[in-house]
Design a protein around this ligand. Sequence first.
Ligand SMILES: Cc1ncc(COP(=O)(O)O)c(C=O)c1O
Length: 389
Amino acid sequence: MYEHVDDNWICGRYGEDEPWMLGAVNPPVFESSLFAFPTAGALAGSLAAEDENYVYSRGTNPTVDLLQRKLAALERAERAKCFGSGMGAIAATISSLVSAGDHVIVLGAVYGPTTQFLRYLEKFGVSHTTVHTGDPAALDSAVRKNSRMLYLESPSYMRYGVVDIRAFAEWARGRGLTTVMDNTWATPIFQKPLTMGVDLVVHSLSKYIGGHSDLVGGVVAGPARLVRPLALTEYQLYGAALSAHEASKAIKGLRTLPIRMAAHQERGLRVAEFLVEHPAVRAVNHPGLPGHPGHELASAQMTGFSSVFSVELDTEDVAEVGRFVDALRHFRIGVSWGGYESLVNAPALTTLDSVRATMEIPVGLVRLSVGLEEPATLIADLANALEKP
Ligand SMILES: Cc1ncc(COP(=O)(O)O)c(C=O)c1O
């Protein structure tokens, strides 16, 4: 056993000194849907704890399990369960915590399909209220006798506002609510919500953790008392399993996660610093900028900043936003983020006006994911697009 375990180690060799790996420096991909047993009794015993035993790969697979152990260690969690997508993890986590008649409180702007899923749950009698506030006491008016869960994201979706994680988690605990947080933006390298009182953390592995835009996956991490039941029921029954191949790609992604995040942070800030000074830009929503209203809090609860942020162009004209996006040559136009390539996405061009309005997203808001290209090239690209008439 090794005494000292740091995040770099966890992203690398942690969990890999197992006899079955035969010293392979790249963990084997267990391409088997099925694991056989010497006796029926052994099979029956394994089925009883299928989250811990290799029975069938919709349940647990050794390659996926290795990824789970690394992700749990990174989040300082007892357990982690991987899913075939971030939404798979989010949907299973929420449904494991609520029953018909329950109520969920959503804090601020969260990933659109998460809200859509909560709306979908209305047909099963689960309601939710979204509250936009920086003050936990203001949530008291949203709590009902049947409230079970507080769901949040920090920094928040598209606007990148910073939530006081400790304060809200403490508020929720005091009222018997389970707190679930989406930590995809920061990654466990820069933020560890479970150490701040959050009960369960969810991620899309499809972003920075995978890191190469070549996989879709998700994870939930937290105490065994919460992760085990959902691994044995919602995970099994929804069937949103992560394949061994996708897990293997995520394990490779983890190897470079710490250095990629350092590079993303540096490049993202250089681009943000250029934009904040530009006269055609109204605001830059990047919590790593000293002028951002949440910067102090962000610096206290995160150890770094990723490179996805939004820019508010000084315009109310959708066509002008379109011209800016189309003028970019190095930023590719697309959803998702967290890979090598820099990306741009403008909700005014891709989201219904009514949805944009409920999320309080202005017309001129453009999301950038700064990739690993040379920042000077990206800055020149943005400067050129901002100057277009
Ligand atoms: C913050 C956030 N959470 C969750 C998800 C969902 O993840 P996936 O696309 O892997 O289902 C996304 C995807 O864009 C996201 O941006």
